[in-house]
Each structure stands twice: as C-alpha cells, then as structure tokens.
Write a protein that binds this ligand. Structure first.
Ligand code: SF4
Length: 302
C-alpha cells in the first residue's frame, strides 16, 4: 500500500486533456504549460475550457527530478501542451539544461510551436534553444490557402507560416508540419490542395503529416463557422485532395505521412523519391471503392 501511494504521488500530474503528436507515443510527456496560448482556431477547440497558463518554473523542475527517479532511462521527452515554445528563452534553456542533466540517456526533446511564437523569438535565442537540445518542432500549418486560414481564424498568413518555418530551419530544428485534409470543404478543396502544396514546398520541412478533419464534441460547431454549403469531404474527395496536394509538393528528402488514425488511407513515403508510388497507390484505391486498404469509418479516430 505504501508503495502504491509513492507511485501515485510521484508520477507527473497531468491536467487533462493532454495531446501529443502520434510519433511521440513512446515519449515521456511533461506539461510545461497548460492549454494553448492562441486557442482561437475554429476547427480545433481541443483546449476549450482549459485556460492557458505557464506553469510555475520551480514546480516543473521538481517534477523533472521526480520523474528522473522513476524513469531514469528515458530517451525521448515531449514538452506539452499546445505550444511550449511560448515560454521565454530563459525558461526553455533552464528546462532543457535540467532535463539533459537528469536523464543521462536522453536523445531528443520536442514540442509543439505556433508560427507566432517562432516569429516572436530572436533568431539567436532560437539557435540557443536548439543547441540546448530542443530537437524538433511540430507546427500546425493546417492550410496554405490564405482564404481558408482566415476562415478558420488561424491568425497567421501563408507567408508568415513560411517565414516561421524558415526561421526554425535556420536555427537548426527539424520541423514536422501538420496539414488538415478537408478543411476547406468541397468548394475550396482544389485551392487548399494546391496552396498547401506550395507552402509546404517553401517551408522545406523534415516531415509532413496530413490528418483528415473529423467533427467531435469539441468542434461540433465548426461547420456553422464556415461558408454555406461547407461539409466534410467524402472518401473519394479526400483522396483526390491529398493526391493533388502531393502533386504540388516538391520538397526533396522530406517524409510525407498520412497514417494518422483520422485518415481513410494510410500513406507514407519519402519525397520526391516516392511521389510516383504514392500517386499511383491513391489512383488504385480511387478506382476500387471497396479497397481493403481503406480504413473503416468505425476505426477512424482523432
Ligand atoms: S490548432 Fe493549435 S494553435 Fe490552434 S487552437 Fe488548436 S492547439 Fe491552439
């Protein structure tokens, strides 16, 4: 019983909800902030009701120490919640220095960042944060279409997305950019695909991740915020959209993934090498609505 109490007391205390990228499934997560400093994107609302705040620095450092005693062989750490790079350079450097001191086998630390937070940081500070061991930033691009970004109140222009990503690249970060299939609905599907391909190319990321928009309790009011006639795309429309997007991406050496559980069709390849294979695979599935490669709706999830 005493042992049980110790475990409960020592595990990092999470304030729900906690989100992390799919590729951080094996990472130890520390919430260095709660919520998202922007919290305005109309398709998201995952942190609705969770007021944004930066956690007390001493409390976080104490949590690092406690977790290091429990999980000393940790290799990967993800800093949550929605945009940890909102923290000042001084605090980020203090956290990174402590993490690498406490976890001797630590290989990488990653975090979400909004483009706004990247643009607000001085390039020298970004380089220092990278040098201290923050390896990769996950950035939500969502769309390259200015019209769609305005509609969903992202608060960033496509040019600002590009500028932010190039700042991150210049500081030496790996970047993983997320885009959302279906965000523009049927009317702007083509524009979404072409403009997103253009912006992704200009951002020259390390990874691109495509999710498919789904509606759930947290964002059920999203359709009402869009234009008359907006609706979710069906499977064929989504596949045509991702096909056109891939056709419009020309980043060499970047990994493209659409293998998140929200997607009907799991795709993964290295651009530009695998682009012909990805396009022909999508064509094969489009030609066969009963393709076994399609994920049944019941198995899709956010
Ligand atoms: S999409 Fe990202 S930036 Fe926008 S509200 Fe959600 S967590 Fe915040």
């Amino acid at each position: 019983m005493a042992m049980f109490l110790v475990m409960i007391r020592d595990v990092p205390r999470y304030v729900e909800p906690v989100y992390r990228p799919p590729s951080e499934a094996r990472s130890l997560i520390f919430q260095v902030t709660y919520g998202c400093s922007s919290d305005q994107c109309t398709f998201c609302r995952v942190y609705r009701g969770k007021k944004f705040r930066k956690r007390n620095e001493q409390e976080v450092l104490k949590e690092f120490e406690t977790a290091a005693g429990l999980y000393p062989r940790t290799r990967r750490i993800f800093l949550a919640d929605g945009d940890a790079l909102v923290l000042s350079p001084r605090i980020m450097l203090s956290y990174l220095e402590r993490l690498y001191a406490l976890f001797p086998e630590l290989e990488r630390v990653t975090a979400y960042s909004s483009p706004q937070n990247l643009l607000r940081k001085d390039p020298d500070d970004l380089r220092a944060i990278r040098a201290a061991g923050l390896n990769m930033l996950y950035i939500g691009i969502e769309s390259g279409s200015e019209r769609i970004l305005n509609m969903v109140e992202k608060g960033v222009t496509p040019d600002e997305h590009v500028e932010a990503c190039l700042e991150a690249n210049a500081a030496g970060f790996e970047t993983s950019l997320t885009v959302i299939l279906g965000l523009g609905g049927p009317r702007y599907s083509e524009e979404h695909a072409i403009e997103t391909g253009r912006v992704l190319t200009a951002c020259a990321p390390t990874y691109i991740g495509a999710l498919t928009l789904m509606l759930a309790e947290h964002n059920a009011d999203f359709p009402a915020s869009m234009y008359d006639g907006w609706r979710l795309l069906d499977i064929a429309e989504t596949l045509r959209e991702v096909r056109l997007m891939i056709e419009n991406i020309s980043c060499d050496g970047c990994t493209f993934r659409a293998n998140h559980a929200s997607n009907w069709l799991a795709l993964k390849g290295r651009l530009m090498r695998d682009r012909p294979r990805l396009l022909s695979f999508i064509d094969d599935v489009l030609a066969d609505p009963d393709s076994p490669y399609l994920r049944p709706d019941d198995f899709r999830a956010l």
